[in-house]
Design a protein around this ligand. Structure first.
Ligand code: ADP
Length: 977
């Protein structure tokens, strides 16, 4: 203590002081070497290190400061540096102080710490200069605090802010209120910083806290800029913001952006890959941006099909940040497209249209409208009055507009237009008022109705014509409806109905009820009328009925009416008949007469037919007798004269037989009763037989008859061998007949052969008298001959070729003829046959089993004495024996009692006819039976078939034919057996 030069008086003062007093060295570590009791109690005793450093003081900051502020054990103390007594030997520090009551305020130390903190810029000043400034000034503005203290601050404040700041200073200094203001303050680097300040004024002093908000301002400016970009996005476009940091590869997408992108992405998910791709695209496009350029536009490829546009800018100088907005204008594009489409539809509509304003000013026109007027497509029409000269009534348009403004529905007008090209059109104009966005327009559409008008005129004319027709036709037309409820009514009746039903025009008008029509029908005809109507309705078939109706109200006479109608079922379930009624009373009368005449004719025909049958039958019997007798006489002894006479008789008889046969065939064909058989036969055999049969005739007429048969005709075919023989016979007989000492060549050729069909060509060619061209068609007519020849040397009826042609037609062939007068004729035809599967009876087999025909025993059933005599003689000539039965019954008995090789059965016999007898015999015997008949009636031929006769020979009997037939049936029987 002594060393420090402290005397006892001073010690006493210290000791007695009510304040805390301590003395410390004036050099590090400033040890407290003396303190009074008060200090010791409060602080000293609890100090580990009794130095100023131990007191927790920042030596550098506080040493030798006038006031020493310290905190100890949560209490604040203020010590003042007192001057020692002897200031000349001042080698220690003398502090005197007391506890400072802060009442919740920060302790001095805290306050100190606060002021020295780097939170914000804290300053204290007077008027326009600063007296205190904390160290934050360095990082914020780059100055040391001293550089700004006690200087005028105005030069540091941005000139644009200065007035405002000075104003605040002035006003708030007076009011002593807190002021808030922003200002740009010049930094040491020459760049202004934005400071946000709050200032509290005391009359002279002010306290200021300032914060650097430069970054915030820049950020908000950039944000505003980003927002302002949105203004550039068209309406209907969805947009969203994005921020990319190219340095850190960070991409921040606003929710709206995410929504836009996700909508177009697969599965609606924004993957990291997509974001990286997004960033890359931004990086690429931003690197291409001109360095002077702040803002740029680009497109991001979202998918193969879709690119979305964006606008971006660089918010920082380094251009590592890129901020932008992306937009999805697909909806806008769609709407625009639709708009274009609608506009196109309107402009190119097939309807001619224009939109005008109520004053007649033209707003829009479409192509079709211009075309109506004969204008080019790009013609502009400014006012309706410009079109005046084209219309018949020049200012009719004002009426269209006027009426459409009065009435908001569509009003229509007809007008006549002569267009630019001189074409006249009748137009229908439709006008309608259209209000849009507080403006009124009139929509006009033009339709060319020239054709329609013409058509209407035509329709009217034809309708008049039809009406006239309905009224003029004899009889009446009607339409009748049967509705779903079963009610039947006339929906239309023509005037003509009154003539049919005997009604007045008035009655016709009221005559719609069907029952009044029904009441007019004759009671006997009513059921038929009703039944046929019901059937027509059910089957939807045309209705036709003849019935009687009362001819007038009071008249009880009936007239015949023909009704016919066609039904039609309507969709609503109704049934409609369109029909007519016509008076057929006269026709009925005529029909009745016709019926009578027909019946008389039929009767006459029957008589004729019967007569023909009868006469031919009756002719056949004597002819039979003559023929048989001649045959037998030929075999007796006779003189040359007799022989010549016999020949003449034979010729005449043959002719007569042919004639009768022709007549019968003709009758049969005429009656449609002749049917063509389809039975297997051998083609070659038949032709051979025909020629063989005619060889005598050929010799007789001194003609050379030759057969030319092509290969492959020895075949079995299905057909009618009898009719084919007849045709051949006819043609060859004619050829022989009209040729003298010449040639008759018969040619048969196989034309075609398919699987089961053959086509055969037949030809009969002679070197005879020939036929003149004018007769060549005639000779095929019934009973036509070139010259009547019946009595001449040729004989004949003129029926042969007619029958030939008819038979060939029935067989599916057609006869042809070539002929030269004096040179000869050629008749030819082609026939098609089905091949027969059945092998024909091999001749060898027949021969094998053929019994010897040397001696046969026959049964002759014949009632006619002459016939029996002739036939008997013939049989004897053959060297056979026979028994005679006079009728069928005798025949049956004879077969029962005797054994015969063959039975010759006449058909027409008394007691029991040939049919009955044959049926009876067939029951117990298989003896072959040959029918002998004039076969006058067709029915007889049919019955012969039915009764299963083995054979049939027509009367008058050709003896040779009969013998052949007898042998045939016996051989057949033995073959079968
Ligand atoms: P007809 O019974 O008279 O022979 P056709 O109908 O068979 O009847 O013949 C009619 C006529 O055709 C014969 O009368 C004859 O004038 C003529 N005619 C038919 N065939 C020949 C032929 N081959 N040569 C010349 N004329 C023929």
């Amino acid at each position: 203590m002594q060393d420090k030069g402290i005397n006892s008086t001073f010690k006493k003062i210290i000791y007695e002081s009510s304040e805390m007093v301590f003395l410390a060295d004036d050099s590090y570590p400033y040890s407290i070497f003396y303190a009074n009791e008060s200090f010791e109690e409060e602080i000293g005793e609890s100090l580990k290190d009794k130095t100023l450093v131990g007191l927790g003081l920042d030596i550098n900051a506080y040493i030798f400061k006038e006031e020493l502020i310290l905190s100890h054990k949560k209490k604040d103390y203020s010590f003042k540096l007192e001057l020692p007594q002897d200031s000349g030997s001042n080698y220690f520090l003398f502090y005197k102080g007391r506890e400072v009551k802060t009442h919740g305020l920060p302790s001095k130390k805290e306050a100190y710490q606060f002021f020295t903190s780097k939170l914000d810029l804290i300053a204290i000043g007077k008027y326009d200069h600063l007296t205190y400034l904390n160290s934050t000034v360095l990082p914020v503005l780059g100055y040391e605090a001293e550089e700004l203290l006690n200087t005028n601050l105005c030069p540091f404040i941005h000139e644009e802010d200065l007035d405002r700041v000075q104003q605040i200073w002035k006003t708030h200094q007076k009011s002593q209120e807190v002021a808030f203001c922003e200002m740009r303050f010049l930094g040491k680097d020459g760049i202004y910083r934005n400071l946000e300040c709050s200032v509290q004024f005391n009359p002279e002093t002010f306290f200021l806290i300032a914060r650097d908000i430069t970054n915030r301002i820049i950020q908000s400016k950039n944000d505003k800029k980003l927002d302002s970009l949105l203004d550039k996005v068209p309406e209907l476009t969805k947009s969203g913001k994005w921020r990319a940091d190219l340095d850190s590869n960070e991409l921040v997408l606003e929710l709206a952006t995410e929504t836009i992108l996700a909508k177009h992405l697969e599965k609606g998910v924004l993957t990291d890959l997509f974001k990286a791709n997004f960033l890359n695209q931004i990086r690429e496009s931003s690197s291409a941006v001109n360095p002077q350029q702040e803002e740029f536009e680009g497109e991001i490829q979202i998918s193969e099909k879709l690119n979305l546009g964006y606008t971006a800018f660089f918010p920082d100088k380094k251009r590592t940040l890129v901020w932008g907005i992306i937009w999805d204008d697909s909806l806008g594009r769609k709407i625009k497209n639709e708009l274009n489409f609608h506009q196109r539809l309107w402009v190119e509509s097939p309807e001619a249209m224009m939109i005008v304003e109520p004053n007649g000013k033209v707003f829009l026109t479409n192509h079709q409208m211009l075309e109506f007027f004969g204008f080019e497509k790009d013609t502009e029409i400014s006012h309706l009055k410009d079109l005046n000269s084209y219309f018949e009534e020049s200012d009719q348009w004002s009426e269209w507009i006027h009426s459409s403004t009065l009435d908001h529905s569509i009003t229509r007008f007809t007008t006549l237009l002569t267009n630019e090209k001189g074409k006249q059109l009748t137009l229908e104009v439709a006008a309608k008022n259209v209000a849009f966005n507080d403006s009124e327009y009139i929509s006009l559409s033009f339709r060319n109705i020239s054709e329609k008008i013409k058509l209407e005129e035509k329709v009217e004319a034809s309708s008049n014509f039809l009406m006239n027709l309905t009224e003029q036709v004899p009889g009446g037309l009607y339409q009748m409806v049967l509705n779903a409820e079963g009610q039947m009514n006339f929906s239309f009746l023509s005037k003509g109905i009154n003539s049919v039903l005997g009604l007045s025009s008035q009655e016709i008008q009221d005559f719609s009820d069907i029952s009044s029509a029904i009441s007019k029908v004759h009671p006997q005809d009513l059921p038929q009328v009703i039944m046929s109507s019901v059937a027509s309705a059910r089957k939807l078939e045309p209705w036709q009925c003849q019935f009687r109706v009362k001819s007038g109200e009071n008249n009880q006479d009936y007239r015949w009416v023909l009704g016919a109608a066609r039904p039609q079922a309507l969709e609503n379930g109704d049934m409609v008949w369109y029909g007519y009624l016509t008076d057929i009373s006269k026709q009925k009368e005529f029909e009745a007469k016709l019926d009578e005449a027909r019946m008389a004719a039929e009767k006459a025909n029957q008589i004729k037919s019967d007569f023909l049958s009868m006469i031919s039958h009756e002719l056949r019997t004597p002819l039979n007798a003559i023929s048989g007798s001649v045959y037998s006489l030929f075999h007796d002894e006779h003189t040359e004269n007799q022989k010549s006479a016999l020949n003449t008789i034979n010729f005449a008889v043959d002719n007569l037989i042919i004639m009768i046969n022709d007549l019968l065939d003709f009758q049969k064909i005429e009656a449609g009763k002749l049917t063509i058989e389809k039975v297997p036969f051998n083609l070659k055999n038949i032709v051979d037989q025909v020629l063989k049969g005619l060889s005598f005739h050929a010799k007789d007429s001194k003609n050379k008859l030759e057969l030319h048969l092509s290969e492959g005709l020895d075949i079995a075919v299905k057909g009618d061998k009898t009719r084919l023989s007849q045709v051949m016979n006819n043609l060859i007989t004619n050829a022989l007949k009209f040729t003298n000492e010449g040639n008759v060549d018969v040619k048969i050729e196989l034309l075609e052969q398919e699987k089961n069909k053959v086509k055969v060509y037949f030809e009969v060619k002679d070197t005879g008298i020939g036929i003149a061209p004018e007769d060549q068609e005639k000779i095929f007519n019934d009973f036509d001959q070139v010259k009547p020849t019946f009595s001449s040397k040729y004989g004949g009826t003129g029926l042969g070729l007619s029958i030939t042609r008819k038979l060939l037609n029935l067989m599916g062939g057609k006869i042809g003829l070539d002929s030269d007068v004096g040179k000869g004729s050629r008749f030819f035809f082609e026939l098609e046959f089905d091949l027969a599967e059945l092998e024909l009876t091999p001749p060898s087999k027949v021969e094998n089993s053929t019994p010897s025909f040397k001696s046969l025993h026959l049964l002759m059933a014949e009632d006619n004495e002459v016939n029996s005599l002739v036939l008997g003689k013939i049989i004897k000539k053959w060297g056979y024996t026979f028994e005679r039965a006079h009728n069928g019954q005798e025949a049956v008995e004879a077969v029962k009692n005797g054994k015969f090789d063959c039975i010759l059965m006449d058909i027409q016999m008394p007691v029991m006819d040939g049919f009955e007898a044959t049926i009876a015999i067939k029951k117990f015997s298989n003896t072959p039976i040959i029918a002998l008949t004039a076969a006058a009636k067709l029915e007889i031929m049919e019955r012969i078939d039915e009764c299963e006769f083995e054979g049939f020979v027509a009367k008058p009997i050709d003896a040779a034919e009969l013998l052949k037939k007898i042998k045939e049936v016996i051989a057949e029987k033995s073959y079968k057996a």
